[in-house]
Design a protein around this ligand. Structure first.
Ligand code: ADP
Ligand code: ASP
Ligand code: MG
Length: 448
């Protein structure tokens, strides 16, 4: 037995691409063993292997026209259960004591919203007991359990949320998100080959980037770590170089931190909506009841007592909207519903987007130069998003990225779009502890 010491704990999360094959799993086991030289206790959250979750969803849709709810979570949770047992076997095979645990065995307690459950609490008793017994604890990501012992899942990409929740519950000095890229870049490095690794950013910037489509981190993982003041280190599974630190104490992010894109959207236009108080409320209440996420709403001015309402939603939710259409028409709320799936969203995300003059104009000019037509625009203090044609997306992302970050390959430390040098960065309160655990120092290079 070795007494549990938080300062000697390393919490890591490995994504599906990191454990895609048995060979990948053996390599992750070797990596965990190498990390044990620096961390006495290790808790590792793991996602399902490769495309397992997609394959399970596809199988479900071959037996059901609307696969959802409890049975779907029973099914999807299996992907992670397979991955954790294999990783634990690989560690044991190397002589390392390890134990795999499902969310239910740990006590990752969630509400009962199947397919998108939220974590209420993580019990730490079993985790601490296993750590004190000298085992590496391998926890199934993405899963949860309700107070009625029902299995839930946290939503796609939810393995990150598990990693963050475990780190928060155990008050770990760092939560490492180990993935197939070197960290958070100024754009998806698989789309923009000149995208730059961002060495450090605030929780707020990471949440906004993630929420607008940077798939590398789940926004709810960054929210949990912000709330519990746990630094996140997004880094590669395949080497030990520094990635991106997300933490408190970052005095100023770049004006434009990154360019995000999202292909999994649909644009819905409601035509001939009666111009009466309470109708928008009725429409969006119906959408909420059907669990439809609505991300951008535009209402055009009324003509002849009829409005046009456009909104953006996830492309896998259009069936529910089509079902609502007939009830709206029967109630004479809406004339017609148009659904456009050939769209995508591009955004510039940063810290002072709305209050820095000219950034939106630069984005629109870059899009115009490559002949991209903008369908809808929305702005907030932290981003400008445009809905554009789906086939234009990759060229649009490259053009907007070139406008704000140039075309050379360098690490992004300079505030893109800013006119002054960024202010000196204050050390994060827990930086020393985090770096000690990973045994590394943050390297900074000038971008321009
Ligand atoms: P994991 O399987 O480890 O959870 P994901 O596929 O969910 O990994 O996320 C990693 C992917 O996120 C990368 O392969 C990359 O294509 C994509 N990505 C999108 N935007 C960004 C960004 N700004 N920085 C880094 N990666 C990004
Ligand atoms: N396996 C789940 C998914 O594919 C969770 C994750 O990968 O983080 O969405
Ligand atoms: Mg992921």
């Amino acid at each position: 037995m070795s007494r549990f010491e938080r300062s000697k704990l390393l919490v890591q999360k490995y994504g599906g691409s990191s454990v895609a094959t048995p060979e990948h799993i053996r390599k992750v086991a070797d990596r965990i063993i190498a990390c044990q030289a620096e961390a006495r206790h290790m808790v590792v959250a793991v996602s399902a292997m490769g495309k397992t979750t997609d394959q399970l969803i596809s199988m479900a849709s071959q037996v059901s026209s609307r696969p959802a709810g409890r049975e779907m979570d029973q099914l999807l949770a299996c992907g992670e259960t397979i991955a954790v047992s294999l990783l634990s076997l690989a560690l044991q095979d190397r002589g390392v004591p390890a134990v795999s645990l499902t969310a239910s065995q740990v006590g990752i307690r969630t509400d009962g919203s199947f397919n998108r459950a939220r974590i209420a609490k993580v019990d730490t008793g079993r985790l601490v007991h296993e750590l004190e017994s000298g085992r590496v604890v391998i926890v199934a990501g993405f899963q949860g359990v309700t107070s009625d012992h029902e299995i839930t899942t946290l939503g796609r990409g939810g393995g990150d949320i598990t990693g963050a929740a475990l780190a928060a519950a155990l008050q770990a000095p760092v939560c490492e998100i180990c993935t197939d890229v070197d960290g958070v870049y100024t754009a998806d490095p698989n789309v923009v080959d000149t995208a730059r690794l961002v060495p450090e950013m605030s929780y707020e910037a990471a949440i906004e980037l993630a929420a607008s489509g940077a798939k590398v981190l789940h926004p709810r993982a960054a929210e949990i770590c912000m709330q519990y003041d746990v630094p996140i280190h997004v880094r590669s599974t395949f080497h030990r170089r520094q990635g991106t630190w997300i933490r408190g104490g970052v005095m100023e992010d770049a004006a434009v931190v990154g360019i995000t894109s999202d292909k999994k959207i649909a644009k819905v236009t409601l035509l001939e909506v009666r111009d009466e108080p309470g109708l928008a409320a009725a429409i969006f209440r119906d959408l909420a009841r059907e669990d439809v996420n609505v991300r951008l709403i535009i209402q055009a001015a009324a003509t002849h007592d009829r409005n046009r309402i456009t909104f953006v939603t996830d492309n896998d939710q259009v069936d529910r909207i089509k079902e609502l259409e007939s009830t709206w028409r029967k109630r004479h709320i809406v004339g017609e519903v148009l659904v456009d799936l050939d769209v995508a969203k591009i955004a510039i995300v940063g810290s002072r987007i709305a209050s820095t003059p000219g950034l939106a104009a630069r984005m629109f000019t870059a899009l115009a130069k490559v002949g991209v037509n903008i369908d809808c625009i929305s702005t907030s203090e932290m981003k400008v998003s445009c809905v554009i044609g789906r086939t234009d997306l990759d060229s649009a992302v490259r053009a907007v990225h070139a406008e704000f970050f140039g075309t050379s390959r360098q690490t992004a430390t300079r505030a893109a779009g800013a006119t002054k040098r960024p202010a000196a960065r204050k050390a994060a309160p827990r930086k020393a502890a985090a770096q000690k655990t990973t045994g590394a120092t943050t390297r900074r290079r000038s971008a321009r």
